[in-house]
Design a protein around this ligand. Sequence first.
Ligand code: PLP
Length: 421
Amino acid sequence: ASAIARYRANNPKSEGQMLAACDVLPAGNTRSVLFHGPFPLYMARGEGCRLWDADGHAYIDALGEFTAGIYGHSEPRIQAAIVGALQGGLNLSSHTEREAKLAREIQRRFPSLELLRFTNSGTEANLMALAAATAHTGRRKVLVFDGAYHGGVLAFGGGGSPVNVPHDWVVARYNDLQDVKARVAQHGSELAAILVEPMLGAGGCIPAEPAFLQRLRALADECGALLVLDEVMTSRLSFGGRQGQLGIRPDLTTLGKYFGGGLSFGCFGGREDVMERFDPRRPGALGHAGTFNNNVLTMAAGLAGLTEVLSAEALEALNTRGQRLRTSLNAVFAAHRVGLQFTGLGSVMQLQPLAGPLRSADDLKAADDRIKALLFFELVERGIFLARRGLVALSLPFGDAEAAAFVSALDGAVAKCRDLL
Ligand code: PLP
């Protein structure tokens, strides 16, 4: 309670902006993930991996726009590409050469995307991938996992959500091969797709065991379903994403987040025989529209990011920094003998208010959200901005100095409220 009281006293302008926004937006909110009590911070400006809020506090941005902000704020080469594109006309009512260039850069990283298409978000990419899978197989059911998040209308925390699109879902337990096998035995001949994140992202940064993903590949083949890997979040874990690291070739992949250079973006693609169904020259081609699928700013920003900023070496170094930071943060918990941990892979991690190995959404049932809240408010007060739910995603400008500041802030926060943890 005292952490929240101090937060409130320190952030009157954020509170004022939230209250004013309530007139037009439910709870002042237009992205459910950003909402938390008593009110979220309102940001005024960002640069590199720094943020400044409405009340003038400076933060190290350890959230990186939920992994989309890999380049940091205002990366000069991306800014220049956006300005250059803008000067050539914002909406050109047609194709531009940039689209195929961006597609080729993505394919160079993800060779399993033999053909691909762009969307405006990761959510749309997943919707289109499932549309492709159901059309290709002529089947209706889709196997997904408890705790998975593939977009606001494709969310399976607690088994599902009332706003989910009405596919015929079969929900299995993550990292539980026996459970998947039982469901495939029952529904296999009706399954269009197995849709899976290589790491539960919003569901708590719980990585899939490599052997589990390999077996999903084999099970999809055995029952004739398409394996759809949602790499919207995990694509940043290596040059070729998680599929590149593990040597798994999915039938379809969905991407999003940083590939748009920080602008709205999504992409789905994969096997040529599936994706060529979208070829408008073919009789009975599948439609896929979207006014902004190829918007020039996203194409330009995405291309500049991939070709001028995000080398394979820079990406690898970023993930190494993330791995090191996670180890250091967990060492803080160990030193204070509190049963908390950061899970995750590479540059993406999640605060977990409980110890021990975590393999599926079930393992998080005992998690006490009040501990996450406490650490969130204590860290924010110490100048570290992360998601209220505990997600951390590093950006390229987040270096050793920022990591040291984060570790020190966590140490101070844990020391202060140790008795409550
Ligand atoms: N899939 C995964 C794994 C995600 O983490 C997200 C977003 O957080 C999405 C899909 C949805 O992407 P978007 O928010 O761009 O619609």
